[in-house]
Design a protein around this ligand. Structure first.
Ligand code: HEM
Length: 310
């Protein structure tokens, strides 16, 4: 019962949660936050501080573990029962992702490949034995964040127009993109389908929030006068940053696994489009029917096909 209380009534519960491990406050040499007496003297410490620690030490690890196991399991079942969508790659191909978009995408991907496993190592530091391997994971996590940080704004801008919601996205959601059946039929989607749009918004806006909260944790010792006027303290802000970072990480990782499953397994040959930029006519006709009809109508098909001829 106690465990579900933080979800039911955060505020009512605050202050009664037992500390799992005492003094988990951030320690940063040269920081005013270093002294436990100072931290405990901060108003609100016994309220939200303990609640945050409770969430951090109990819930986050459990929910993360569920995501790490459940999401790949669901996709394994999907693969075994429904299987991948297979499209002919013999006909024409059209350029969908120009060089520069692919470069930006792969910088973001490289960042994520560093961020996800190292983030997991940091969360389960005890399980991984702590010490040097986890410290090393933290350095790699920071490097991953910088790589992702370089790509996130260009990625946001380059696909913004194509990712705006459209009415046919509702139809896509109603049939779940056709992924629950083996049948090959025309799916309502322009260049990106509604699922891809969801991933885009989460990866870019969510990614920016991850960067901001990550930077707050990295620099810990910041001082913002305005926050003090609002009766907010460093420590409150740090707690908030940690919780937002971790809760968002759970959602982003679940979607990242989905993105990997879609790109590597659910649609045979999809990865190739992020390597050479081209998609087959058969795939576009079915999975991006609105896009396909549009390029034909606007007479752009020949030009896009020429760019994919070797
Ligand atoms: C190893 C990691 C990754 C692989 C293998 C991968 C693969 C792909 C592929 C094949 C596509 C084209 C899909 C299609 O249109 O058929 C794609 C698109 C895209 N990727 Fe990735 N990607 C990876 C990581 C990432 C990361 C880390 C981000 C964002 C931070 C990202 C964001 C996107 C977005 C927004 C698109 C366009 C929408 C979509 O297709 O979902 N990708 N990726």
């Amino acid at each position: 019962m106690k465990k579900i209380m933080p979800i039911i009534g955060t505020f009512a519960f605050a202050g009664t949660v037992p500390l799992a491990e005492p003094n988990q406050a951030p320690v940063h040499h040269g920081s005013a936050l270093i002294s436990p007496q100072l931290i405990e003297a901060i108003p609100g410490w016994h309220k939200y501080g303990e609640l945050f620690l409770y969430l951090q030490t109990h819930w986050i690890k459990t929910i993360f573990l569920i995501v790490l196991i459940a999401v790949p399991t669901v996709f394994l079942i999907h693969y075994l029962i429904i299987g991948p969508k297979i499209f002919s790659h013999h006909g024409r191909k059209f350029l969908v992702f120009p060089n520069w978009q692919r470069i930006i995408h792969w910088i973001a991907a490289a960042g994520f490949i560093l961020l996800v496993p190292t983030g997991i190592m940091i969360i389960y530091a005890k399980f991984f034995g702590g010490g040097t391997p986890v410290r090393f994971a933290r350095y790699l996590h920071d490097i991953g964040a910088v790589l992702f940080g370089i790509a996130v704004i260009p990625m946001f801008l380059m696909w913004l127009k194509d990712m705006l919601p459209r009415l046919w996205d509702i139809k896509w959601f109603m049939i779940l993109g056709g992924y629950l059946s083996k049948e090959k039929k025309e799916i309502p989607a322009d260049k990106f389908n509604a699922g891809q749009k969801m991933w885009y918004w989460l990866a870019t806006l969510g990614g920016m929030i991850m960067i901001i909260t990550g930077v707050m944790m990295y620099f810990q010792d910041f001082d913002i006068a305005l926050l003090k006027n609002l009766n907010l303290y460093h420590i409150d802000l740090l707690r908030l940053a940690v919780i937002v970072h971790l809760l968002l990480a759970i959602i982003v990782v679940a979607f990242f696994f989905t993105h990997l499953y879609m790109s590597l397994f659910a649609i045979k040959g999809s990865l190739q489009s992020m390597i050479d930029g081209c998609k087959s006519e058969d795939e576009l006709k079915h999975l991006h029917s609105i896009f396909y009809k549009r390029i034909i109508k606007e007479g752009k098909d020949k030009e896009l096909a020429e760019k994919c001829e070797k």
